[in-house]
Design a protein around this ligand. Structure first.
Ligand code: UDP
Length: 404
């Protein structure tokens, strides 16, 4: 994408940029190798695309390598992923073998000299077997909430996590019983990316037109999410139906085309059944690269909802707050940190509470404007890329021992 630190001066508070420069002075030449398992798709890849060039600009020797695996490996790691999220899964010998054999095939990734190796998520954790005695420090960065992990998955992965020097989780409540130092660092959105940057009127009109969304008309309530039961799209439809009894409004549920994901396709069917042909409910299937579409939909929305039953961090909420939108969200996981109730958004736990909060916002646009403005500032202070880079540099200063 190619944005430099200077470009972020327009969106970040200036003390953050100054701090980045100062922290960077002590970290010149410090070599950090990030390893994950995909170059494209998913939040980790998205953030590394922006973060690694900025780390380089600051003076670090930052690099990013991708572990290569076959279908068997990714089938296994998908199960591990589900198990870390708390879903009951069966860990078979074949899955463990594929996981470890893939690490072995990729061991050249960690053969070089690095001050720090960062293992993103669980897929590359098998590489810990090839740490050797190079003197590099190793960090495991777990980007999901593992606090409900099922035992077979956790006890397979935990020794590999324990073979690192430290672990990073998004939130303190995700800490696990691991015999390593633990740090906490929430993720961030890139305010300059197509998903979050300002859009021109022409882009706005064109995208809405292509999506078949009316730029005018009654208030629009939006949830952007994968079609996943934990995002509770059906619960949101029920809430919408309650609101509709007394308010004129529209609901848009937008999410990646779930046709190629068997679970997603089933949820999409449930969502369509719950919508029951209601012309005021739009279910939009988006392509994986629909960044500008998501951006424009969030800007079109009058109220954004994140009705998740459980949520790791909830970047869709961050994106909506960044656009100054009033957000109604379940206070779970990262959503509870983003929506400070009655300050940066409104909390709602049940269908009825969600409906009541949406109703309040429709009736009181001034409340929505205030919450939206404070929500945007909350994101600016805590959850945008320059802040994330500063947090990284603070962590590296600690780990490297290069602090003054
Ligand atoms: N997203 C997307 N297309 C979709 C649904 C979501 O690009 O159809 C993006 C969304 O804008 C956000 C990320 O994927 O940047 C989802 O992150 P979040 O933390 O909200 O939830 P997750 O899907 O990781 O559970």
């Amino acid at each position: 994408m190619g944005f430099g630190l200077k470009d972020y001066e327009s969106v970040a508070v200036s003390v953050v940029i100054d701090k980045i420069k100062r922290l960077g002075e002590n970290l010149q030449g410090y070599s950090v190798l990030h390893i994950n398992s995909t170059r494209y798709g998913g939040g980790v890849a998205e953030i590394l695309h922006s973060l690694v060039p900025l780390m380089q600009e600051v003076g670090l020797d930052a690099r990013w390598s991708v572990l290569e695996g076959d279908q068997d490996f990714f089938n296994a790691t998908k199960q591990f992923h589900n198990g870390l999220h708390g879903q009951p899964v069966n860990v078979t010998g074949r899955m463990m073998e594929s996981f470890l054999a893939t690490a072995k095939r990729n061991r050249q990734l960690v053969a070089g000299e690095n001050d720090l190796v960062v293992i993103h998520d669980q897929q590359p954790l098998g590489l810990t077997a090839f740490r050797g005695d190079s003197g590099s420090r190793w960090l495991w960065y777990c980007h999901i909430d593992p606090s409900h992990a099922v035992p077979p998955v956790w006890y397979f992965l935990a020794p590999m996590a324990a073979a690192c020097d430290a672990a990073v989780f998004h939130l303190p409540e995700y800490a696990r019983d691991l015999p390593v130092l633990q740090y906490f660092m929430p993720p961030a959105i890139d305010p300059l990316s197509d998903k979050n940057r300002d859009v021109s009127q022409e882009e706005y009109d064109t995208v809405l037109n292509n999506l078949g969304v009316d730029p005018e008309g009654p208030p629009v309530i939006l949830q952007v999410s994968r079609f996943d039961r934990l995002k509770d799209p059906v619960g949101l439809i029920q809430a919408f139906k309650l609101v509709k009894k007394t308010r004129e409004c529209r609901l848009i549920l937008a999410g990646g085309s779930a046709e190629d994901d068997p679970e997603g396709a089933a949820v999409l069917d449930e969502v369509r059944a719950a919508a029951d042909g209601d012309p005021e409910i739009s279910i939009l299937a988006l392509s994986p690269d629909a960044n500008l579409e998501i951006n424009v939909l969030q800007r079109r929305a009058d109220i954004v909802v994140q009705k998740s039953l459980r949520e790791g961090f909830g970047l869709t909420a961050t994106e909506a707050l960044w656009k100054g939108k009033p957000l109604v969200a379940t206070p779970t996981g990262g959503l509870a940190h983003q929506v400070l109730d009655e300050k940066t958004g409104l909390s709602a736990r049940t269908v009825e509470e969600t409906a009541a909060q949406i109703d309040r916002l429709i009736g009181d646009p001034e409340l929505g404007r205030r919450l939206g403005a404070d929500g945007r500032e909350h994101v600016r202070q805590n959850y945008i890329l320059p802040v994330y880079l500063r947090n990284w540099l603070r962590l590296l200063t600690l780990i490297s021992g290069r602090g003054r």
